[in-house]
Design a protein around this ligand. Structure first.
Ligand code: ATP
Ligand code: MG
Length: 584
């Protein structure tokens, strides 16, 4: 079964069980300035898990594109990627453990026809905060899973969340596939020995973690599940290596083979890193992220640079990533139209960074010539200043008969990493639940701005990215030159006139096709969704100013926003402009 069939079967199965199929949210969280990327299907759903009503109802399912920067160091193994698709089904205060577990069992054993004896699960063993999850274990047994295949593990393994410091969380039950590679020891699911691969995780959100670190039981019960598409497709094909899944990786791996003249089987790690990072970089760039020295731009930069470096290890000396990126686009374009629509921009973004890094490498090499003797401190300096990979410095040092003290480099590096870890941990605090009043106002202002830009500059303008903080909105859109002062003031006037008119803002749920028929603007990464939220500024059935498919939240009336002014514009290149605006 190929990955697209798996997705189709999953969504059909859960639609049959009364779930609305919702679209994948973008990788860049729409209304959440506190996180870098969407890391799981539940992430865009946090407000609904906390109690807000979802337009799709109480049962939802989808396939969500995710990026986990925290897994970057795992890339190279057979089962971890930085970018991957996650299938998920949710119960918002509706069904509970019995339905969730029995449906997982039914889907795996009946629809996917995985032999029952290949499955094993883990459940929460209980501690001072919450009792042992015997309930889930009993339900598993009722399905026919022998008790010897049920393992109880502590919080570190079998407790999910909260997403930030506080919020909904609870015990989970993880479903593993036994690969048939006994490691010889007394191993168990989740010990990382490779005998069991985790494919699905069902979280029973029944607790809330408080600020003081204690857990209290919630009145409401939510179910949140997540299943990796790469892993499950691999398992179904009897493969112990995700990268051998034909429909997901073959074209990408082939492109690397063609350029390098090397074989995957003989260069597994380098191929996996290049393939994985190129896939992630392509999807990240498709949403308008540009390489930079911080936050999302830094992740993109790091992915491109690591790909180039591993390319060098394969003996590739020319620019090559465009070939790999094209293979990624061909692989996923039918599922994610954003890739084909933004192909030019994606290729230009990645090529520009690849070229820049090629220069960096050259400059670094020249610097090394000047430096004379190399040591750990210098290696770190080269790394920090030029992004010059320490492995290369080491290699060159070796050629010169010198040695770099790794301990000194590591110590410097650790200092640096702790700093950036602290910075990115800060990004996670609060999660979506924190979408503040200010962010909400600026979010509605973004819709007004988007429409006004199209009115003044033409319908060729479309959103390429958006980022909102309490202080300002930032909006990237397709347009290739700076706006004139006249254009800017016309746009601001249009926006503020909608604000002065105190127009109502409302939403309704409809199919994507209906939304498009009503000329609602829609920009997402994918095409699977049924029910979408369409936000209208004005009268949805009469005179309206803007209609846009969007997850919200928005103000109820434009009068709440306050007057908006544009504070800055920048030309990002690749036919993209950026505008900053504020209501302060
Ligand atoms: P692992 O322990 O293997 O890293 P996880 O506990 O981080 O997995 P979850 O957060 O429960 O995984 O995510 C749900 C599902 O998403 C997993 O069961 C797995 O199938 C998939 N998944 C998680 N991380 C990755 C990844 N880096 N690459 C590919 N699939 C993943
Ligand atoms: Mg993980």
């Amino acid at each position: 079964m190929d990955s697209r069939t798996l997705i189709k079967k999953y969504l059909e199965f859960f639609a049959d069980k009364g779930h609305s199929i919702i679209p994948s949210s973008p990788l860049i969280p729409e209304n959440d300035p506190t996180v870098l990327f969407t890391t799981a299907g539940m992430h865009p759903l946090v407000p609904y898990l906390l109690g807000e009503k979802h337009p799709g109802g109480k049962r939802l399912a989808n396939v969500q594109i995710c990026v986990r920067t925290g897994d970057i160091d795992e890339v190279g193994d057979p089962t971890h990627h930085t970018f991957f698709e996650m299938l998920g089904n949710w119960s918002l205060r509706d069904y509970w453990k019995k339905e969730s577990i029995s449906w997982s069992w039914e889907f795996l054993t009946k629809v996917l026809k995985i032999p029952a004896e290949k499955l094993a699960v883990t459940c929460f063993e209980g501690d001072a905060d919450a009792p042992k999850d015997d309930e889930s274990a009993e339900i598993w047994k009722l399905q026919g899973l022998p008790s010897g295949r049920i393992f109880f593990l502590p919080k570190a393994d079998n407790w999910w969340g909260p997403a930030g410091q506080t919020g909904p969380c609870g015990p989970d039950t993880e479903i593993f596939y036994e690969t048939g590679k006994p490691c010889g020891k007394n191993c168990r699911p989740g010990d990382g020995c490779g005998r069991f691969v985790e494919i699905w995780n069902n979280v029973f959100m029944h607790y809330e973690k408080k600020k003081d670190g204690t857990f209290s039981k919630l009145e409401i019960q939510n179910v949140d599940t997540g299943m990796g598409v790469d892993r499950t497709t691999a398992v179904l094909a009897g493969l112990d290596d995700n990268y051998l899944v034909t429909d997901l990786w073959e074209k990408i791996i082939e492109s690397i083979s063609k350029i390098s003249g090397k074989k995957y089987s003989e260069n597994v790690k380098a191929f996996r890193v290049i393939a994985d990072h190129s896939r992630a970089a392509t999807f990240i760039a498709s949403e308008g992220v540009l390489p930079a020295n911080k936050e999302r731009g830094y992740v993109l930069r790091r992915l491109v640079r690591r790909s180039v470096r591993y390319g060098k290890m394969l003996g590739i000396n020319d620019l090559f990533l465009d070939q790999v990126v094209k293979a990624v686009i061909i692989t996923f374009k039918d599922s994610y139209s954003i890739l084909e629509n933004n192909q030019k921009q994606i290729l230009e973004t990645i090529l520009t960074e690849e070229k820049k890094f090629a220069q960096t490498l050259e400059r670094g090499l020249r610097e090394i010539e000047k430096q004379g003797k190399l040591d750990g401190k210098k290696a770190f300096w080269l790394y920090e200043t030029y992004g010059f990979p320490v492995e290369l410095t080491e290699e060159i040092a070796q050629e010169k008969g010198q040695k770099i003290d790794n301990k000194i480099f590591e110590a410097e590096f650790q200092k640096h990493r702790d700093l950036s870890r602290t910075a990115s941990a800060g990004m996670f605090k609060g999660g979506l639940a924190d979408a503040s009043e200010e962010v909400t106002k600026l979010h509605t202002a973004t819709h007004l701005l988007h429409k006004a830009l199209r009115m003044v500059l033409g319908a060729g303008v479309s959103q390429k990215g958006s980022n909102i903080t309490n202080e300002r909105l930032r909006f990237d859109f397709s347009y290739s030159q700076k706006l004139t002062p006249e254009e800017l003031s016309e746009i601001v006037d249009i926006v503020n006139s909608q604000i002065d008119q105190k127009l109502p803002v409302s939403f309704k749920t409809e199919t994507l096709a209906e939304a498009k028929k009503e000329n609602a603007l829609a920009f997402f990464a994918e095409k699977y969704g049924d029910a979408v939220k369409v936000y209208t500024v004005g009268n949805p059935d009469g005179k309206w100013f803007s209609k846009e498919v969007c997850g919200g939240p928005h103000v109820e009336n434009t009068g709440q926003i306050g007057h908006v002014r544009i504070i800055k514009q920048e030309k990002l290149g690749a036919g993209i402009m950026r505008i900053y605006a504020t209501n302060k």
